[in-house]
Design a protein around this ligand. Structure first.
Ligand code: GDP
Length: 297
């Protein structure tokens, strides 16, 4: 298995700028428990930074709200450091009444904007600690039907505050045609509800290869992903990250099997800077303007 994190392959200019600022990416993961969030994060960064949570015993007291947890990891590839912050939201969708599941998540995103604003307003602002969320991976259950009410409620509330990246989890439970149909239905649901998901910008000076790469990524959204932190042996004897079934192996890194590679490429390579820029220049700015207006400034 070769390198799984592509940030050392970034174009030089972007890389120089990012290294100066320190590569830093804050990704939030949201979705009902059991959808494979832990596994996917570990697969994305090819490590076990994120420990699986034991399912609650039926008799155990259940938390009544969505919790917010932070996990931080420094990953190095070819001497380039990426500080990765994962914001997990356990409890989302786990209650009898989930109508407010999005509230603590929205609060966290806004508190992080607020912390940034406070620092920006200081007289001395050399070192601003930036904990803003750059991307939110929203996990969709592979039902093959359409989005659920909880998905729509969440995304409608959050789409103007964070870069939403919808993913269909456990894509190995559906066949190719089902995935294509499901993706189409999800996109039309999103359009119907006026939900904006992250759009990679198109640069005028981009070369053909870059444009083709961006288009391929954009076309795959919502990414149908498969996660696995295990290595398995394929029928032809290769050792790959995947999930073994009696009839064969689903390979996480094979683009004909799932969109995992495209998601990873988007996050840590193609759109790393775009996610950060859009957060800063559009989402944060929008929040800041509203906030200052509401304060009468
Ligand atoms: P979380 O609660 O969302 O963090 O989910 P976990 O990562 O703990 O995964 C829940 C269960 O789903 C575990 O048994 C995983 O092995 C399994 N799982 C995770 N990813 C996949 C996947 O892509 N496909 C399939 N079939 N199972 C998966």
């Amino acid at each position: 298995i070769t390198s799984h994190v592509g940030f050392s392959n970034l174009p030089n200019q972007v890389r120089k700028k990012s290294v100066k600022d320190g590569f830093q990416l804050t990704v939030m993961v949201v979705g009902e428990s059991g959808l494979g969030k832990t596994t996917l994060i570990n697969t994305l960064f090819n490590s076990t930074i994120y420990m699986p949570r034991e399912p609650l015993h039926p008799a155990q007291d259940r938390p009544k709200t969505v919790a917010i947890e932070n996990i931080q990891a420094d990953i190095e590839e070819n001497g380039v450091q990426l500080r990765l912050n994962v914001v997990d939201t356990p409890g989302f969708g786990d209650f009898v009444n989930n109508s407010d599941s999005w509230t603590p998540i929205l609060d966290t995103i806004e508190q992080r904007f607020d912390a940034y604003l406070t620092q920006e307003n200081r007289v001395r602002r050399q070192k601003i600690a930036d904990s803003r969320v750059h991307a939110c991976l929203y996990f969709i259950q592979p039902t093959g039907h359409s989005l659920k009410q909880i998905d729509i409620d969440f995304m409608r509330r959050l789409h103007l505050k964070v870069n939403l990246i919808p993913v269909i989890s456990k894509a190995d439970t559906m066949n190719e045609e089902e995935i294509a149909d499901f993706k189409e239905r999800i996109l039309s649901d999103l359009a119907f509800h006026d939900i904006r998901i992250f759009q990679a910008p198109v640069y005028e000076d981009e070369d053909e290869e870059g444009i083709a790469e961006s288009e391929e990524i954009t076309r795959a959204i919502p990414f149908a992903v498969v996660g696995s932190d295990r290595a398995v042996r394929t029928a032809d004897g290769r050792i790959v990250r995947g999930r073994a079934y009696p009839w064969g192996v689903v390979e996480v890194d094979d683009p004909t099997h799932c969109d995992f590679g495209k998601l990873r490429q988007m996050l840590v390579r193609t759109n790393l800077e775009d996610l950060r820029t859009h957060t800063n220049q559009v989402l944060y700015e929008h929040w800041r303007t509203e906030r200052l207006l509401s304060m009468g400034v």
